[in-house]
Design a protein around this ligand. Structure first.
Ligand code: CDP
Ligand code: MG
Length: 822
């Protein structure tokens, strides 16, 4: 097997090298950008462009005079942005960079790019302009482009189009393109000066996502080289000064908005009205005491994790004293749990609105997809809120389908109350017009990153004051509204003014790869020119990681692997797994593993059937000691069952979510296409899967991806002791199949994720052998064997396995001999 591996690997890596040296960046513009703009020098081409521009002008004129066009225009004129149209166009023509702020719904996203397009068309330059407007989310890029195309009186994909990862609607004549920030970044990868682009509009910059901050550094660097390029930064709630001074005092412009007054109520007010009361600890009964003790524990761990929130919040928490009060209804006991959002409280508020308040849609801000779905299930079971003749419950998040999306904007008939459960994407990027009531849980899921432990965590955190104001404002679109903030006023007072930028709270690995593939020089130097530069330690960790996995060489240059990874829009570890799955012809199961890690766990654990659910999952993992292989087996079983129309029953029996499995299924296809685009797989499924049944090989490939996420395993009398180099002793999540086995007959576990609560917990893991670790852990590329040994040496020493170092030397020699021979 080993001989086969090395043989295959070398052949494939060789072909990677070839494709690199031929400079063959895949031609598929489907991923890498945008069709080449029509800029040509020849006179004939010039004429075509002129003619096209005239046509566009005529078309625009006709539309504006049509009855439908007039109606549309009337609506557009009613938006606050319209009053600023001329001033806006003037500032754009006179300045290279401008910063625009304006209330959500005032028409920034749909109108401003359109004003530019229209004025260019009007000036007879329609066929020459090329406007790109970025959105932080796929779904907003799509929905906004649909809206703008309709306002412009065209079908989507003509003058107005969109492009998001793996999907798009635009043509040769598309002049205004809405895309995700990631798409523009990938275009910059192959076209560093944005040839032919006339305007770049970066929307929602207040979100300060990593991609947006990164894009700003690149654009800032590009502007002097492209004096004709215009950059427009837009957002609802932004710290305009910060952006303006970053771009050397660029002018700022504010669009005064219209919103109706919204009455804000904080927890203390809500409690009065919804039948809850705050009970000080010393007055609660036995059951309450047990809960209060739990709450104290939770509050402590919660406090520890809140390092990134100013200590003012901590003080406020003491004042508000989530620890000092228990939340209970008059009838039943129910706790305010700082880790969850208190479904019962939300349920209570919603009932109150449905029963007592005037008509109007309700928008509930939750932390994420999973919360939304569990709340939805919870509410479905409620006699009033689950009654479909009275309430329409909808979910709104980044991965909803387009049918779901349409329902959100529609008005239900027959006095049915629309309740939309949304993530923070409904804060600024989409506008649901009929919202009158907002329920704000006060939290959003954000990745935070602890540079000292090199541990990423995805946890609900308190939002900023800016976000809370924004949420509140959503209730005042069409009439005055009400906002229920489910936290005390003193907690609000202690929120940060703005959210910490993602660049400062997440690992930087993918970003570092992008910097290298864009040839932007030294990583640390580049990042030090960010709006708010990340800590040098975080940068160092990311660079070290990339060296360890073999994406960068000792001198911080991209390796062949690194270049391929930078072309895959997934985390480096997942990218590496995909690439190796392709190289080692075990593609199908690896696609499943990677898709599973990107979506979420399809195994569901209902609280009341925990044992049954765990044993169902354990059944899939029999003998595998791997959550990842359990997933592969479960998925394969589901596919077989689906083929016999028994998929649903299969999921039910095995505690699987068919929705998640379907999401995994679709993502697998997308990953396959990505690999095909960069020339790593053939269409021949048999070849791609020649070794797919070799579970040893699958373990090895999983190890290659997840290394250095590795823990040693020591089987004790009654338990298993695990330890990682960075954290010392660690524990497994109960949901891991390895969490419930009496022994693990392998010396190591590789894991995808560790989460720090009080102790460090490993989420899903796969058991691997010494040789898998030796051959696949870290940098396995041709030139890196010495570095590999050195790096692994540190691990082996730490885990006191010097004998492995010896084995390693032998293996290494054998491998080198093989390489020589081939
Ligand atoms: O970007 P900003 O929040 O300033 O506003 P916008 O997204 O441009 O939306 C301006 C107006 O267009 C909103 O008030 C919506 O009523 C309307 N709109 C719509 O009807 N359908 C859409 N898909 C998007 C916006
Ligand atoms: Mg907008």
């Amino acid at each position: 097997l080993l001989a086969h591996f090395s043989n295959m690997a070398i052949k494939r890596v060789g072909s990677l090298d070839d494709s690199l040296h031929n400079g063959s960046i895949p031609a598929d513009e489907g991923i890498y950008g945008h069709p080449e703009p029509m800029i040509h020098n020849s006179v004939a081409k010039e004429k075509i462009l002129q003619r096209r521009s005239l046509q566009l002008r005529q078309q625009q004129q006709d539309w504006k005079e049509s009855s439908e066009g007039k109606k549309m225009l009337e609506f557009r004129r009613s938006l606050p942005a319209f009053k600023e149209k001329d001033a806006f166009l003037k500032v754009v023509s006179e300045n290279q960079v401008i910063v625009i702020s304006g209330e959500t719904g005032c028409g920034k996203t749909t109108q401003l790019p359109q004003y530019i397009l229209e004025s260019e068309i009007e000036a007879g330059r329609g066929a020459l302009c090329n406007i790109i407007c970025t959105q932080p989310r796929r779904i907003s890029a799509i929905s906004v482009s649909e809206r703008v195309a309709a306002e412009h009186g065209e079908k989507l994909g003509e003058s107005v189009g969109y492009k998001v990862r793996l999907e798009g609607m635009r043509g040769r004549d598309t002049r205004l393109l809405f895309c995700t920030t990631g798409v523009l970044l990938r275009r910059l990868l192959v076209d560093r000066s944005l040839k032919g682009v006339t305007h770049v509009i970066v929307d929602e910059i207040h979100e300060r996502g990593m991609n947006e901050d990164f894009l700003l550094i690149v654009l800032k660097d590009l502007l002097p080289r492209r004096p004709d390029l215009r950059l427009i930064l837009m957002s609802a709630t932004l710290n305009a000064e910060l952006f303006s001074s970053y771009f050397d005092g660029a002018p700022t412009m504010h669009i005064p908005g219209f919103t109706f007054p919204v009455r804000a109520q904080f927890l203390e007010d809500i409690l009065e009205r919804t039948g809850y009361r705050l009970t000080p600890y010393n007055q609660i009964d036995d059951y309450g005491q047990e809960k209060s003790w739990k709450m104290q524990k939770q509050a402590q761990s919660f406090k520890k994790r809140k390092s990134q929130i100013a200590s003012a919040v901590e003080d406020a928490l003491e004042v508000a004293d989530y620890k000092g009060y228990s939340l209970r209804t008059k009838e039943s006991m129910s706790c305010w749990n700082p880790d969850s959002i208190g479904f019962n409280l939300i349920e209570h508020v919603l009932c109150h609105i449905v029963k007592n308040e005037r008509p109007g849609a309700v928008l509930v801000f939750m932390t994420g997809w999973d919360d939304i779905h569990s709340l939805k299930d919870h509410l479905h079971a409620h006699p009033l809120l689950g009654d479909q003749s009275r309430v329409l419950l909808l979910a709104c998040h980044g991965s909803m389908s387009s049918t779901e999306q349409k329902l959100i904007f529609e008005n239900p008939e027959g006095g049915v109350r629309k309740i939309v459960l949304a993530t923070n994407m409904a804060e600024t990027s989409i506008t649901i017009n009929d919202v009158v009531f907002v329920v704000d849980c006060g939290k959003a899921k954000e990745t935070s990153y602890d540079a000292l432990n090199n541990t990423p965590c995805l946890l609900p955190s308190w939002i900023s004051k800016a976000a809370a104001r924004q949420r509140k404002g959503r209730a005042g679109r069409v009439q005055s509204g009400e906002c229920y903030h489910l936290y005390p006023k003193c907690v609000y007072d202690a929120f940060d003014d703005y959210q910490l930028p993602e660049l400062l709270r997440t690992p930087l690995q993918s970003l570092c790869l992008q910097i290298k593939s864009l040839q932007l020089g030294s990583i640390s130097e580049f990042l030090s020119s960010a709006l708010q530069p990340p800590e040098p330690l975080s940068v160092q960790n990311a660079v070290d990681y990339l060296k360890i996995i073999g994406a960068l060489d000792e001198n911080e240059n991209l390796t062949v692997l690194g270049r391929k990874l930078s072309m895959l829009p997934v985390e480096p570890k997942l990218g590496k797994m995909l690439i190796l799955g392709a190289i080692f012809n075990c593609l199908d199961p690896i696609l499943t593993v990677v898709a599973g890690l990107s979506v979420r766990d399809p195994f569901v654990v209902p609280a009341d059937k925990k044992d049954l659910a765990e044993s169902a999952k354990g059944h899939f993992a029999a003998g595998a000691y791997s959550d990842h292989l359990a997933l592969v087996r479960a998925y394969d079983g589901w596919k077989d069952a689906e083929a016999q129309q028994a998929g649903y029953e299969y999921c039910w029996r095995n505690f699987l979510s068919s929705q998640t499995l379907r999401a995994i299924d679709s993502l697998r296809k997308q990953f396959f296409n990505l690999l095909k685009d960069i020339g790593l797989v053939s269409n021949n499924s048999e070849t791609n899967n020649k070794w797919s049944n070799e579970e040893h090989l699958l373990r090895a490939v999983i190890c290659a991806g997840l290394f250095p996420g590795i823990s040693s395993v020591v089987n004790k009398e009654k338990s298993i002791a695990l330890k990682t180099m960075e954290d010392g002793p660690v524990l497994l999540y109960a949901s891991s199949v390895n969490g419930s086995v009496p022994k693990i007959p392998y010396p190591w576990l590789v894991f995808n994720e560790k989460i720090k609560v009080n102790t460090v917990f490993l989420r899903d893991s796969t058991a691997i052998s010494d040789s898998m670790l030796l051959l696949f852990g870290g940098n396995i590329s041709k030139g890196g064997l010495d570095g590999h040994l050195k790096m692994l040496g540190g691990y082996l020493e730490f885990f006191m396995k010097p004998e492995l170092a010896k084995t390693y030397s032998t293996l290494k020699r054998e491998l080198e001999e093989l390489i020589q021979k081939k």
